[in-house]
Design a protein around this ligand. Sequence first.
Ligand code: DP6
Length: 337
Amino acid sequence: MSARVTWSAPSNIAFIKYWGTKDTERVLPYHASISMSLEVCRSTTTVEVAPGLAEDEIWWLEGGRRTPATGTFRAKAAKHLDTLRRELGRSERLRVATSNSFPSSAGLASSASGFATLAIAVSRAFGLALEPGPLSVLARLSGSGSAARSVLGGYVEWPAGPRGSDGWIAPLATAEDWPLANVIAILETGAKEVSSLDGHRRAPTSPYFEHRRALVPERLATVRQAIAARDFDALATMLELDAIDLHVIAMTSVPPIFYWNPATLAVLEAVRHLRRDGVSAAATMDAGANVHVLCPAAAAEAVAAQLATVPGVQALIRDRVGSGPRPEDLDLLETPT
Ligand code: DP6
């Protein structure tokens, strides 16, 4: 009998960033990273084991329609399916349909949630209920290291590994423990010019790479402590420092990478104004221009109202810390084509 399952998994935003890949084969970082899993931004994937197929069927859903995946998206998903089969010791072909809760045009990386949900749904379709540790390895073998952190909810650490456990992720706190909000300012909607993959490759060419690497252990300790103590101010300082350092490294890599645009600086300025007015808020950016503004849940309204006035902000996504992957009572393979 062929099993059909649907799971969703969250996107995540890093507080201490993964930037630079030490082992590209196993997708292992130079140092640990810490992130918060989101609730609203997530990917949902239906997988069916279909031994009769000549090749994997991969569908993409948008605007209520199901269309065959094409181009880079298909190539990456197909490669990950091969990796998952190899790692799980299986050979059957698969039918897959996947969708994101946020528009693909929002310019938000969907690879973390997309590859995490693929790893979970494929292993479930094969009848395996894997622990988050081995699932995180399957997720990151997609090439998207940050996908490792999307197999858990709440606040998550991805250790540098292998240390016997091959860099298994570890939960630091649940969403209920500390209900932070994340207001995402969408400033750019196209695909980024330089992929994270290239950014990771170039990172060690920056003269600041080793400098940040030396600072990371202390930053990780501060963020772990801030999460344990629900100390927003301590988190805010570290999170902004580390985000800016990632971009300093990108801008000083050879050749340099500029992810920010003028609106990025305008949002950073607005966040400083919010703080001056007594609103707790802190900004972080991944490898792109968009800004994630973290704040206590009670401040989200004020943060969103302020960000909406910043020129260059095209849209806001009101997100928050989420509880992680879950089975969904849906069948995306039934969506009309
Ligand atoms: C800047 O290699 O996981 O977001 O596959 O594009 O999602 P994608 O990137 P990945 O690198 C993520 C880099 C980062 C920082 C982070 O999430 O830790």
